[in-house]
Design a protein around this ligand. Structure first.
Ligand code: NAP
Length: 557
């Protein structure tokens, strides 16, 4: 960048502007620099790392195997980085991303504290004008959104929220280094974030009230340190590991069996599930018989197996029953990896509050008031309230920016009944705007760096094409967009996952509980998505309209 307009010191120009310096934005920046593009990254945060910069709550770690959650673009990087644990905690992952930025000298191309508030397309000069909260303006030929899927936290709409005199925080906004030792804490929500924070703080706090609406399925993570020998062995197998992950549906090391659960005896099934339960990572969820997450019968049997484990691990049978999900089967929502979550409920300082029976009446100055019914209330006296209540996922970051395309059309209006995208990478009427992380993209449901790789590689190849052919306008075709949304809807409908209430289906923004599901993520698997994107590259972008004013011709019609 660096070309500053004389009359407006706060306006600058760039060819490619990436919004977001997280896992995706950093990768894209690296690759566009490699091809010599004029590129810059902006981020609303004060440091890089995206989700790993923000999520500093105790216990935060990923449940993808560390060695699969890393970039594969540099052999040198792969060989020099040691992972300490099978499933790295947030500080380690953030250090890894900082190391990547330093190694490839990326920081000089990133500007922090730049919250985008408005982006407007101009047909006159084929540029986006992007306005930031701090008054800066950037004009860009191409805008690439990499804002993350889970970067807008949802605080529940509870009367009195904000009046509490202690600390009220969302897991995503956890104050750096805040220590809960000896404090009276309530955690609302038992999704993946809630499960982690609850497990981590339970034996440090004076008291812990876990406020649960619906229970979620969890399975043991099997975390452990990685020894030097193990690390060396992994390093030698990286090519094989990445080649394998590229062919699994979600980019994980786990892959569903070709065998159906009904092809084997019950004894064999149970033995296998026992092994998976005691294994590492998401094996029970992603590396199981394939009918376990597509067919109601097999799914019920697997769910009953996991429910049995919960009953064995939780001493109080009533608490165990509350922790067993009744509204969905195992693996039909994202399963949380846990490390002693169920045993927490055997501790005397921990109680599970069933919000279905006793909803929150209000937040008070001193804690939370529960409604016991018949005009009776119970007050929880607290020092800390933690909202582990999830995110306005996938579309939330876009909804918070005024994005205006051709003829004044607003993205918010285009997506008011649910998002529609052309292959998950563009939106018709929004030329030169690329979505690297967003709705209906294969990247959205995959182990992040693996899913991202496909989109970033496609974008880099597309940028090369743009440069070589002097393309100055690139827009998804409406008919291709309609076809893609239909394809995503059809593919997703084959999985039980499409029928559950979770952020995967747009139940993420505290809407009414009967809100119509939306087509948020593509569940067709990373290999199929990659093939679809590759087809576009190989066939000259048939789903897009490309034009170059230099040669005054439409190159692809
Ligand atoms: P989440 O899965 O959406 O869970 C939100 C929790 O808050 C649910 O238990 C939900 O209950 C509850 N909740 C929401 N609104 C509520 C309200 N008004 N009153 C009471 N309870 C309420 O969010 P998350 O746990 O932050 O996880 C989101 C995603 O982040 C995960 O699916 C995963 O992709 C990612 N993540 C990954 C990791 C990891 O890799 N280990 C860790 C954390 C997060 P209901 O179910 O009743 O709505």
């Amino acid at each position: 960048m660096g070309r500053v307009n004389g009359d407006a010191e706060r306006t600058s120009e760039v060819d490619y502007l990436i919004i977001g310096a997280g896992v995706c934005g950093l990768h894209q920046l690296h690759d566009l620099l490699e091809i010599g593009a004029d590129v810059r990254v902006v981020d609303a945060n004060s440091g890089l790392g995206g989700t790993w910069y923000k999520n500093r709550y105790p216990g935060c770690r990923f449940d993808s195997e560390s060695y699969t959650y890393q970039y594969s673009f540099s052999e040198e990087l792969l060989q020099e980085w040691d992972w300490k644990e099978r499933f790295a905690a947030q500080p380690e992952t953030l250090s890894y991303l900082e190391h990547v930025a330093d190694k490839f000298d990326l920081r000089q191309h990133i500007t922090f504290d730049m919250r985008l508030v408005r982006a407007e397309w101009s047909e006159d000069d084929l540029r986006w004008t992007l306005t930031f909260e701090n008054g800066q303006v950037i004009r860009a030929k191409f805008v690439l959104y990499a804002m993350g899927l889970l970067s807008v936290p949802t605080y529940p709409r509870i009367p009195g929220r904000g009046t509490f005199r202690g600390l009220e925080t969302h897991t995503f906004d956890w104050p750096e280094g805040y220590d809960v030792t000896g404090k009276r804490v309530a955690v609302i929500g038992t999704g993946a974030s809630g499960v982690q924070v609850i497990t981590d703080i339970a034996d440090k706090v004076e008291s812990l009230s876990v406020l649960q609406r619906d229970a979620n399925w969890c399975a043991p993570l099997g975390n452990a340190p990685i020894s030097k020998e193990e690390m060396q062995e992994l390093r030698e197998r990286y090519d094989e590991i990445f080649a394998w992950c590229r062919e699994t549906p979600a980019g994980f090391i786990h892959r569903p069996h070709r065998t159906l659960s009904t092809d084997v005896t019950r004894e064999e099934r149970l033995r296998h599930w026992e092994e998976l339960y005691n294994g590492q990572g998401a094996g029970l969820y992603m590396g199981n018989y394939r009918d376990c997450i597509t067919e109601p019968g097999p799914n019920r049997e697997l769910s009953e197996f996991v429910a049995g484990k919960i009953r064995e691990r939780v001493e109080d049978p009533e608490v165990a029953e509350l922790l067993i999900p009744k509204d969905h089967g195992f693996g039909t929502k994202r399963v949380a990896g846990e490390s002693g979550f169920y045993e927490v409920f055997n501790q005397p300082n921990v109680e599970l509050v069933d919000l279905m029976a006793h909803p929150i009446h209000e937040v008070t100055e001193t804690g939370i008031r529960l409604d016991l019914g018949s005009g009776e209330f119970r007050d929880l006296e607290l020092d800390v309230i933690v909202y582990a209540t999830g995110f306005d996922a996938v579309t939330g970051p876009f909804d918070r920016i005024e994005i205006i395309g051709t003829d004044g059309v607003r993205l918010k209006d285009r997506w008011k009944d649910g998002p529609e995208t052309c292959l998950g990478v563009q939106v018709s009427s929004f030329p030169n705007m690329f979505v690297l992380v967003g709705p209906q993209s294969g990247s959205a449901s995959a182990n992040f760096p693996r899913g991202i790789e496909d989109v970033v590689n496609w974008m880099t190849q597309t940028a090369l094409y743009i440069e070589e052919h002097g393309i100055d306008r690139f827009e998804g075709r409406r008919e291709a967009e309609i076809a893609w949304v239909e394809h995503v809807r059809e593919v997703n409908s084959k999985l039980l996952m499409s029928q559950t209430r979770s952020w995967f289906n747009g139940h993420n923004i505290n809407l009414e509980r009967d809100e119509k599901p939306r087509v948020m993520v593509y569940l067709g698997g990373a290999p199929r998505y990659r093939r679809r994107l590759t087809e576009e590259l190989e066939n000259g972008y048939p789903s897009f309209l490309l034009s170059s004013s230099a040669v005054s011709a439409t190159l692809s019609t």
